[in-house]
Design a protein around this ligand. Structure first.
Ligand code: SAM
Length: 225
């Protein structure tokens, strides 16, 4: 099984978690809201990469009257639930490396939140997301000052945080990027950007993380054309 197939199945263990989480403005993290509050404009088009149950469609609806929203996700279970929850929005199940469902489309705002530290091909995902960005790309990384850790046998994430005990032995990589490398990757991936900002804070690692670090920088990056 490829990493992409493994990861897609892994997220199937925690679908229920998103029944109640990350769906309202109050559940948006301070580091995300720092940028998001100034990016919301009537009529905006939004692509949400790793949309889960489409929670950000709900967040946007709390703050805007008029917007278009497209969510993509590697988990078929998440996409089924998202379509039921937000029937007027567009959702597509994709492969980590194949976003042909949105080929040729660019969006005013692209969100890539809560996924980059949890899959192997995160560098490619940043570049792919930027290629669909007409205006602003908002994404988060877990960072520290030491060498980048991306070996799953050293740093991993257990998929039982939604209450499904069978997810305990299912692991994703828990990627902690050296901060200088994070800057280099973001710069390299965002050709033509006019402005690059980041905002974050030192935060204890998630309880589901099995990693040598106690705390990481949770850093949100805002890249604008
Ligand atoms: C932690 S949740 C984040 C949900 C939402 N973006 C948020 O911030 O609340 C991760 C979601 O992203 C999806 N996902 C993980 N890796 C992905 C990838 N490489 N491409 C697209 N979706 C991905 C998972 O299936 C899951 O639904």
């Amino acid at each position: 099984m490829s990493d992409s197939e493994h990861n897609a199945r892994a997220w199937g263990h925690v679908v229920d978690f998103f029944d109640h989480e990350r769906a309202t403005s109050t559940q948006v993290y301070a580091s995300e809201w720092f940028f998001l509050k100034d990016l919301l404009r009537e009529g905006i088009s939004v692509l949400d990469v790793g949309c889960a149950q489409g929670g950000f469609a709900g967040v946007l609806a709390e703050n805007l009257k008029d917007f278009s929203y497209t969510g993509i996700d590697i988990s078929p279970e998440m996409i089924t639930r998202a379509k039921a929850r937000h029937p007027s929005r567009a959702f597509h199940c994709v492969n980590e490396s194949d976003w042909s469902a949105i080929a040729g489309r660019r969006f005013d705002l692209v969100l890539v939140l809560g996924i980059l530290h949890l899959h192997e091909t995160w560098r490619d995902t940043i570049a792919r997301a930027w290629s669909h960005t007409a205006g602003t790309l908002l994404m988060d990384l877990r960072e520290h000052e030491g060498p980048t850790i991306e070996d799953k046998t050293v740093s991993s994430f257990r998929m039982d945080f939604g209450g499904d005990a069978t997810g305990a032995c299912v692991r994703l990589p828990y990627v902690i990027v050296n901060s200088a490398e994070a800057l280099a990757v973001v710069r390299r991936s965002s050709d033509g950007a006019s402005r690059l900002s980041h905002y974050g804070y030192l935060h204890p690692v998630s309880g589901a993380a099995m990693t040598p670090m106690d705390k990481v920088m949770t850093n949100v990056w805002c890249v604008q054309r």
